[in-house]
Design a protein around this ligand. Structure first.
Ligand SMILES: Cc1cc2nc3c(=O)[nH]c(=O)nc-3n(C[C@H](O)[C@H](O)[C@H](O)COP(=O)(O)OP(=O)(O)OC[C@H]3O[C@@H](n4cnc5c(N)ncnc54)[C@H](O)[C@@H]3O)c2cc1C
Length: 386
C-alpha cells in the first residue's frame, strides 16, 4: 500500500509546531505499518485489533490530553492523533476516544485523588481497559430517560439496569456507569468482575465491525461508596465527557475522509475509461474538488476549535457544530469516493467502503446529527427545540 501523505491543500502543515508534526507523523506511520495490514481481517471477523493496544499505549495515545496522569498534549496535537487513528479505522479511534475522553477524563475531572492514583496510570498504560455506559436500549438521545438505578445500602451502592451500545464493553476491566439515584444522575466506577455485572457482545453489525460493542447488564451489582465519582453531580457530568470525545470525533472524521479521498484520487489517476484516466473527466474532477474543499474547510474549523479549547473557550455548541459538520462531510466524501472507485469500491481490497459504513455509526453516536443541530440551534436562537 502506498504511503499516505495527508491532505493539505491550504498548506496548514507549516502552522504546526515541530512537536505537533512529530506526533502526527508518528501516529500516521504506526497506522500505515501496523494497523492497515491487519484491519480488513478484523473488519471481516468483527473483532477489535487488540494486538495494537501495547503500541498505542506506549505512544501515549490513550491519555494524550489528560494532564498529570497522561501525556497532557495540547488540543491540536490530541486532535491530530484522533485524525490519524481514524484514518486507519473508526474502531481504533473509538477505542482511544472511549478510553481517554470518556473514561480517563471523568476520573480525572470528577474523581477523588485515590481514584485517580488507582486507575489513571494503568488506564494510560493500557493495562486497564474501560468503557462508558450512558446509553440504554430505550434512552439514547435523551439520557435523562435512563432506567438504570443506583440505591444506597449502607456504605455501598447497588446498581440495577441495562446499558446498550457500549464501545469496549466486553474488553473492559472497568465500566464508568451513569445511573439514576434519589439525588439525580451519579457516576460509578464498576470493575467488570463485580458479581452481577455481565457484558454481551453485539455481533450483527454492518458498521464499526473492528470495534467491540456490547450490552451491559447489572443485576444487584454492589460497589462501595469509594467507587462513586465524588464530584460528578447530575447529567451535566457525563455530558462534559461527551464533549471531550466529540471534539476528538470532529478531528477523526477528517481522517476517515482523507483516507477515502486519497484512495479515490490515486485510483482516478490510473483507472482508464474512454481512452484516458478518469481523473481527466470533468465529472470526476468535480467530485474530487468537492471532497478536497470540504476536507479543507473541516481542517480549518478544527484548527480554530483547538485554539479555543486550549484557551478554555470551546463552548459545547462550537464542538457540536464541528462534530455535526465534519461527520456529515466525511459521510458525503466517503460516498463520492466510493462512486469514483466504481465496482471496485464495493470490495474490501479498498478501504473506502469500510470508512463509508463506519461513518454511519459516527453520524449517530455521541449525539446524532439532529441532536447537534438542536444544540447549535439553541445557541443561536436561545430557544430549545428538543
Ligand atoms: C457503534 C456504536 C457505539 C456506541 N458507543 C457508545 C458508548 O460507548 N457508550 C454509550 O453510552 N453509548 C454509545 N453509543 C450509543 C449512541 O450514543 C446512541 O446510539 C445515540 O446517542 C443515539 O441514540 P439512539 O440510538 O437511541 O437513537 P434515538 O435517540 O432513538 O434517535 C432515533 C432518531 O431520532 C432522532 N431524534 C431523537 N430526538 C430527536 C429530537 N428531539 N428531534 C429530532 N430528532 C430526534 C435522532 O437524531 C435519530 O435520528 C454507541 C452507538 C453506536 C452505534
Amino acid at each position: 500500500m502506498a504511503d499516505f501523505v495527508g491532505v493539505d491543500f491550504y498548506e496548514m502543515d507549516e502552522m504546526l509546531s515541530d512537536e505537533q508534526r512529530l506526533v502526527r507523523d508518528t501516529v500516521r506511520k504506526f497506522i500505515q505499518d501496523k494497523a492497515l495490514p491487519i484491519i480488513e481481517d478484523h473488519q471481516r471477523e468483527g473483532t477489535f485489533p487488540i494486538s495494537l493496544l501495547p503500541v498505542i499505549a506506549e505512544m501515549g495515545l490513550l491519555g494524550a490530553h489528560i494532564p498529570d496522569y497522561g501525556a497532557g498534549m495540547d488540543a491540536l496535537a490530541y486532535g491530530l492523533i484522533m485524525q490519524e487513528l481514524e484514518r486507519g479505522d473508526t474502531g481504533i479511534r473509538s477505542f482511544a476516544s472511549v478510553q481517554g475522553g470518556l473514561c480517563m477524563y471523568p476520573i480525572w475531572r470528577y474523581g477523588s485523588d485515590e481514584q485517580k492514583d488507582e486507575w489513571l496510570p494503568r488506564m494510560d498504560a493500557g493495562e486497564v481497559i474501560a468503557c462508558f455506559g450512558l446509553t440504554e436500549p430505550d434512552a439514547g438521545s435523551d439520557p435523562s430517560a435512563m432506567r438504570t438505578r443506583a440505591e444506597r445500602d449502607g456504605d455501598d451502592w447497588v446498581l440495577n439496569g441495562v446499558k446498550y451500545w457500549i464501545t469496549n464493553g466486553t474488553l473492559a476491566h472497568l465500566a464508568v456507569i451513569w445511573a439514576m439515584t434519589d439525588d439525580g444522575v451519579r457516576g460509578f466506577l464498576v470493575p467488570t468482575d463485580t458479581p452481577g455485572f455481565t457484558a454481551n457482545q453485539i455481533k450483527a453489525k454492518y458498521s464499526l465491525r473492528a470495534s467491540d460493542t456490547a450490552g451491559l447488564v447489572m443485576e444487584g451489582c454492589r460497589v462501595p461508596e469509594a467507587l462513586r465519582l465524588p464530584l460528578a453531580e447530575g447529567l451535566k457530568a457525563p455530558l462534559t465527557c461527551l464533549n471531550e470525545a466529540r471534539y476528538g470525533i470532529a478531528w477523526g472524521a477528517i481522517g476517515a475522509a482523507m483516507a477515502c479521498y486519497d484512495e479515490a484520487l490515486r485510483y482516478a489517476q490510473v483507472r482508464v475509461a474512454f481512452g484516458r484516466p478518469i481523473a481527466g473527466k470533468q465529472l470526476i474532477q468535480e467530485m474530487l474538488v468537492e471532497c478536497v474543499s470540504e476536507i479543507t474547510k473541516a481542517q480549518l474549523l478544527c484548527w480554530r476549535l483547538a485554539l479555543l479549547k486550549d484557551e478554555g473557550k470551546a463552548h459545547p455548541a462550537y464542538i457540536s457544530l464541528a462534530k455535526r459538520n465534519n461527520v456529515a462531510m466525511a459521510r458525503n466524501t466517503a460516498r463520492m469516493c466510493r462512486e469514483i472507485l466504481g465496482a471496485n469500491g464495493i470490495l474490501d481490497d479498498y478501504q473506502t467502503f469500510r470508512h463509508m459504513v463506519n461513518i454511519e455509526s459516527v453520524y449517530t453516536y455521541e449525539g446524532t446529527h439532529q441532536i447537534h443541530t438542536l444544540i447549535v440551534g439553541q445557541k443561536i436562537t436561545g430557544e430549545s427545540a428538543f
